[in-house]
Design a protein around this ligand. Sequence first.
Ligand SMILES: [Zn+2]
Length: 176
Amino acid sequence: MGGQIDEMLAYFDFDAFFFDMPFWPHTCYCEHCRALYRDRYGHDMPQEPVPHTEEYTELTQFKYETMADFVHFVTCRVKACRPDMPVEHNFANSIAGNASLACGEGVAAQCDYVGGDLYGNLYNHSFACKYFMVASRHQPFEQMFSRCKHALASHTLTKTPDEMKTAMAITMARRW
Ligand SMILES: [Zn+2]
């Protein structure tokens, strides 16, 4: 990953970096994650722990911490070459995802500004803008939404022009 960032910076110029999908789609039980978990907690990673139990909370904490560590590594790698380069990690799953995805404030801390792609209704959209505004270290935050109605999976259905304008107006109303 670090080598890929270095290569992009060596060959191309950018206005900013956007890193997509900083979340755990599932719990990784590779040898590295298991070794790290054992180092931190002194025992093996729990296999499919029951929600609301101590071991579930511990595993969730591990996922939040390691995701924050990962995006910290990525941001630092960019800033080592280009300290002035804005870096953003997709923060959408802080609001659209659940705790098992582990996209939290540790991700926001590594963003010059937060943003993300969200596909809820206008009320969801309004709340997301408020959250992004307070979570972002710098303004303006970024807000993405698709023209698809209601989400990317329904790509043959397009929002009306009024729905698109309303979504944009909500975003602008929540920006500094
Ligand atoms: Zn792993």
